[in-house]
Design a protein around this ligand. Structure first.
Ligand code: NDP
Length: 296
């Protein structure tokens, strides 16, 4: 039996539509417009594309969007002064500093200078701690996107064996925390794990966040498992540049129960969840309940 394909493009379009509806109601009923400020330092072409897309999708959702572009040579003090201004601006509900930052900056210090309530990436140390202790926080966008797709597909995740391959601060660790909070039995695997294939074969939910093209093959997948491929790898194949995941889709799709493709799986959910976090931050800043964005 071939796996069903989890369509992240369609899922994220539905989520963005639900966000846009909510934003419209906020404007009409409360006179509030959520706003997201993105700060970009330097001229990394990939980062410029991300920032542009974030701006377009923020405006499409009916929110205010600001992009602050700073020269690569800007000092950390100048960047911190921009963040201070945004922290103090009540029209700004979400602040995102596009990573990576130039080498002369201390990225942790910069991220931790953002008001945690406006930290829509969920990378501030306070939000990391709140998530780890099961308290209300801002949740990193990519892991949140994966969770929404999993809940939509599987409903209650209690008791399922989840294996997260990768332990980065931006994907693997927060993803594992979220699954633990859903009552999964969570294994975090990494480059020092022994017999990764056997670990993966025990997974009802298999999350790949490694950064190695097609590393996880079909014979590592438990029949019927739900496979979420976070990887985005650019490879050269037959003279063309292609995007592939960390999972070998061709073989895994034969075994899994459901699987996300690359592209068109997790990727589109990340920006949608950034908008969701901005909306949530705006509601909290105004003493309103968190938006309910999951379709029933
Ligand atoms: P990192 O490089 O920060 O982390 C990679 C993790 O994979 C590390 O924990 C590393 O282990 C582990 N790893 C590396 N090689 C192996 C191996 N051979 N066996 C087992 N584990 C291994 O990457 P990120 O978490 O930032 O990103 C992971 C992937 O997700 C990338 O392809 C990235 O492009 C993609 N990504 C996609 C996003 C999206 O929107 N869809 C957003 C963010 C990332 P160790 O800790 O031991 O070194």
């Amino acid at each position: 039996m071939m796996a069903s394909i989890i369509d992240g493009k369609a899922f994220s379009a539905n989520l963005r539509a639900a966000i846009a509806d909510h934003v419209q109601r906020l404007k009409q009923e409360n006179g509030i417009t959520p706003g997201l400020a993105v700060v970009l330092v330097g001229e990394d072409p990939a980062s410029e594309v991300y920032v542009r897309n974030k701006g377009i999708q923020t405006r499409e959702a009916g929110m205010n969007s600001w992009a602050h572009k700073l020269e690569a040579s800007v000092s950390q003090e100048e960047l911190l002064a921009v963040i201070e201004r945004l922290n103090a601006d009540p029209a700004v509900h979400g602040i995102l500093v596009q990573l990576p930052l130039p080498g002369h900056m201390d990225a942790e210090a910069v991220v931790n200078a953002i008001d945690p309530k406006k930290d829509v990436d969920g990378f501030h140390i306070l939000n990391v701690g709140l998530l780890g202790t099961g308290q209300k926080s801002m949740v990193p966008c990519t892991p949140l996107g994966c969770l929404l797709m999993l809940r939509d597909r599987l409903g209650d995740l209690s008791g399922l064996n989840a294996v997260v391959v990768g332990r980065s601060n931006i994907v693997g660790k927060p993803k594992a925390q979220l699954l633990l909070a859903e009552n999964c039995t969570v294994t975090i695997a990494h480059s020092r794990s022994r017999d990764l294939a056997a670990i993966c074969r025990g997974a009802d939910i298999l999350i790949a966040a490694v950064g190695r093209p097609r590393m996880i093959t079909g014979d590592w997948v438990k029949p019927g498992a739900t496979v979420i491929d976070v990887g985005i790898n650019r490879i050269e194949e037959n003279g063309k540049t292609r995007l592939v995941g960390d999972v070998d889709f061709e073989s895994a799709v034969q075994v899994a129960g459901a699987i996300t493709p690359v592209p068109g799986g997790v990727g589109p959910m990340t920006i949608a969840c950034l908008l969701a976090n901005t909306l949530t931050a705006c509601c909290r800043a105004n003493g309103l309940p968190d938006p309910e964005l999951e379709s029933s």
